[in-house]
Ligand binder design. Structure first.
Ligand SMILES: NC(=O)C1=CN([C@@H]2O[C@H](COP(=O)(O)OP(=O)(O)OC[C@H]3O[C@@H](n4cnc5c(N)ncnc54)[C@H](OP(=O)(O)O)[C@@H]3O)[C@@H](O)[C@H]2O)C=CC1
Ligand SMILES: CC(C)(CO)C(=O)C(=O)O
Length: 345
């Protein structure tokens, strides 16, 4: 685990959940409580919602020992006690859920969907809070009678030592407009969130930025340091450019959470570093030690989501009879790194 991030540890105890905002009566279950699941779910708890976390035993025992501390590069400090966090490894908790937030890695979506299908009650709704393009439709295929929608998570959260979860980059959540009522609940829990009709374009925009995840993993350095190096930016620009060509063929116009159109990204990334740092000043505002979740996976010897990021680009390219050589090269570099990291752990 990365436990070197810079944030002063001034703990702000939250009052017990019942004393904050009143729950709107819905029961949320976080299906796969890791970095993103805990970040979103613990905010909901702090906002007074009823939340159960379906988690692995090691996550449960860590939180039972320490509670949860949510910190951010921008200075947030939110402390929750272990008693406030309802955690279980028993999947039957899914039977009580009105809203299920799926926050497992993409490789685990199918297995989680099957678990959900064994327990889900009528009218329960499902949110996919995952990177990648096809998680919501994978869930929907297994849960055809339930509303399923995507929520785009733009920022990075890393689990640190002693129950601390640190958000190291910026942005606001975006959720499908069909869940506007849920967006209001999430907003009232202190998380910035917008609704949108064009989630497919927004998820592709996020995927364009996620093309940096493997490069950041290969670099082995924090995001700011990697993006300050023109050689990594050039590789990212090539991967994005290649993806934009494929999306153009597919008639998809990706939308990025930035004041520029996605199509400008390659040119901006290729600027000399001193100009890039000025033009992308806002984008570079993040924790100086923030790393991509893929770098974290490599550091922990875990399989990465490469097949659901660059892998999607290659799959779509092939379906059009095209090639995606830059993305293919990154995939094979990451597969090699995964093997080395797994045999070292
Ligand atoms: N971390 C980040 O900063 C960001 C992540 N995302 C996306 O969010 C999604 C979640 O990522 P992240 O939070 O980093 O992932 P994590 O690996 O931190 O969390 C997922 C957790 O779910 C657990 N899990 C998997 N299957 C089950 C199951 N069937 N029952 C109970 N627990 C289960 C995993 O355990 P185990 O490891 O043992 O399988 C793990 O503890 C991914 O799609 C990722 O790309 C998006 C933006 C930023
Ligand atoms: C770094 C970030 C926020 C954007 O690429 C991310 O999505 C991740 O770490 O998985």
């Amino acid at each position: 685990m990365n436990n070197n991030m810079t944030t002063e540890r001034i703990k702000t105890e939250r009052p017990s959940s019942s004393a904050v905002t009143k729950s709107d009566g819905q029961h949320w279950v976080i299906a796969g409580a890791g970095a993103i699941g805990i970040w979103i779910g613990a905010h909901l708890v702090a906002g007074g919602q009823k939340v159960t976390f379906l988690a692995r035993p090691k996550v449960i025992s860590n939180i039972q020992q320490h509670g949860v501390l949510l910190t951010s590069w921008a200075g947030e400090e939110t402390q929750l006690s272990a008693l406030q966090m309802q955690m279980t490894e028993d999947e039957s908790c899914l039977a009580d859920a009105d809203v299920i937030v799926v926050a497992v890695k993409s490789k685990d979506t199918f297995a989680m969907a099957e678990q959900i299908s064994r327990h889900i009650k009528p009218h329960a709704r499902v949110i996919s809070a995952q990177n990648g393009i096809n998680n919501a439709s994978a869930l929907s295929n297994i849960l055809p009678d339930h509303p399923v929608a995507s929520m785009m998570v733009p920022y990075n959260v890393l689990p640190m030592d002693a129950g601390r979860y640190h958000c190291g980059t910026q942005g606001h959540l975006v959720i499908d407009r069909i869940f506007t009522d849920l967006a209001k609940v999430i907003r009232s829990s202190g998380l910035e969130i917008q609704t949108a009709d064009d989630m497919h374009e927004i998820l592709w925009g996020k995927l364009l930025l996620n093309l940096n995840n493997p490069l950041n993993a290969l670099s082995g350095v924090p995001l700011v340091e990697e993006l300050s190096d023109k050689r990594w930016r050039k590789q990212l620009a090539d991967c994005i450019d290649e993806t934009l060509t494929i999306l153009d063929e597919l008639g998809i116009q990706p939308k990025v959470q930035a004041p520029i159109p996605a199509s400008w990204l390659p040119a901006i990334l290729k600027l000399p570093t001193f100009i890039f740092k000025r033009v992308a000043k806002k984008m570079l505002q993040m924790d100086p030690l923030a790393r991509s979740s893929m770098q974290e996976d490599i550091m922990l010897g875990r399989p990465t989501e490469i097949d659901y990021i660059n892998g999607e680009v290659v799959r779509y390219a092939r379906s059009l009879g095209m090639n995606a050589p830059f993305n293919e090269m990154v995939i094979s570099q990451i597969k090699r790194l995964e093997q080395t990291a797994q045999s070292a752990c």
